[in-house]
Design a binder for this molecule. Structure first.
Ligand SMILES: C[S@@+](CC[C@H](N)C(=O)[O-])C[C@H]1O[C@@H](n2cnc3c(N)ncnc32)[C@H](O)[C@@H]1O
Length: 350
């Protein structure tokens, strides 16, 4: 799996220039014959969780976040009878993984869509239900490394941040047109920036002079807006602002809220879903969605459990599983990952 470059959120360490990778990790990875930047997160565990339900002929795997196709490649290799429905909102990611997965061309179908459209993707692929669904949330390396895409404060670029470049809203639109209160909400709720209103005020002052058009101009403005005493902690001062803008531009959390029940609804009996999150906003939503469907909702005052209120899902992970210390050492970008998985044990509740 040497050619996958896997990232968490650019607001985490995904934006760090390569030179900032720990030397220990690089040496360990080199010894193991791996590039630390090219390893899909928690790969062995994902295969362990999903492969058992992908062994029957014609089994359907939906990878809702195909990216560079690293997880999918491992599952296609491990499960020779499996068909892949690979979904990504980024057409460049689809083209690259189609090339990478060319050896499996007779078992793959690619769909340009957001992952809340998994039911449509399945339909397009001529399948009625999924045996496994994988969501590896976050940003892929091309999105971070193609400097014109504007995700990373480490590279100067136009303020874009669209995962799907066919959509119209960009980060420049958010920064230059959102009213102060909306901008503050985005930075506070999605960036978890405690100085959200100071940053929003600084943006408002600057854009009254001239539009803010580049990542560097924004990163510098944020650095100056944050109190000097706090600049030394918590990484780059613009990290949270960039995370907030990216989540807003790509409507990441609202799509995830819709996607989780839609993806679960597509699972056939015994089908499994695995979700890798990279920050608490995503993990909290995943935890809530899976918990809601794995709980008996019979009213507490009834003496017997109601058959139609029984859980649809059984959790396969205890809480959120984390990468091992060894994986974190080998691949620092795995560090913020949280994995949750579940299996359908009953038909969907009406
Ligand atoms: C972390 S990468 C996935 C990496 C992949 N597991 C691999 O092994 O190469 C996340 C991918 O999900 C895509 N993505 C993010 N949000 C999406 C959404 N709402 N719908 C569809 N794709 C999305 C991104 O474009 C990106 O290519």
């Amino acid at each position: 799996m040497g050619d996958i470059r896997q990232h968490g959120q650019p607001g985490d360490d995904g934006v760090r220039p390569d030179g900032e990778q720990g030397i220990g990790a690089r040496i360990a990875a080199a010894r193991a014959g791996l590039d630390p930047l090219h390893v899909p997160v928690m790969l062995d565990r994902i295969v362990e969780l999903l492969a058992p339900v992908l062994s029957r002929p014609g089994a359907v795997l939906v990878d809702g976040t195909l990216g560079l196709g690293g997880h999918s490649e491992a599952l296609l290799k491990a499960c020779p009878e499996t068909r892949l429905v690979g979904v990504d909102r980024d057409t460049t990611a689809l083209e690259r993984s189609a090339r990478r997965l060319a050896p499996y061309a007779d078992r793959t179908h690619f769909v340009h869509a957001v992952y809340s459209d998994i039911p449509r993707a399945l339909d397009e692929a001529g399948a009625t239900e999924a045996d496994a669904v994988l969501l590896d949330l976050g940003v892929s390396s091309p999105q971070l490394d193609e400097t014109d895409r504007g995700f990373a404060y480490a590279h100067d670029a136009p303020l874009d941040m669209r995962m799907d470049r066919t959509q119209s809203l960009t980060a420049a639109d958010v920064v230059n047109t959102y009213p102060f209160a909306e901008l503050t909400r985005v930075l506070r709720s999605y960036g978890e920036e405690r100085f959200a209103s100071r940053v929003a005020r600084a943006i408002e002052r600057q854009r009254a002079q001239a539009p803010i058009e580049s990542t560097r101009a924004l990163a510098e403005l944020v650095r100056e807006a944050i109190p000097a005493a706090t600049r030394r902690t918590g990484g780059h001062p613009a990290k949270r602002t960039f995370q907030g803008l990216r989540i807003e531009v790509n409507a990441e959390l609202s799509i995830l809220e819709r996607a989780l029940p839609a993806a679960v609804a597509c699972l056939g009996m015994g089908g499994r879903i695995a979700v890798l999150s990279y920050h608490s906003l995503e993990d909290r939503r995943t935890k809530r969605a899976l918990a809601a469907l794995s709980t008996d909702t019979t009213p507490a005052d009834l003496p017997v459990p109601l058959p139609d209120r029984q859980p649809e899902l059984r959790l396969l992970t205890r809480g959120a599983e984390l990468p091992t210390d060894e994986e974190n050492e080998r691949n620092p970008r795995a560090q913020s990952a949280r994995l949750r998985a579940a299996e359908r044990v009953r038909p969907p509740r009406q």
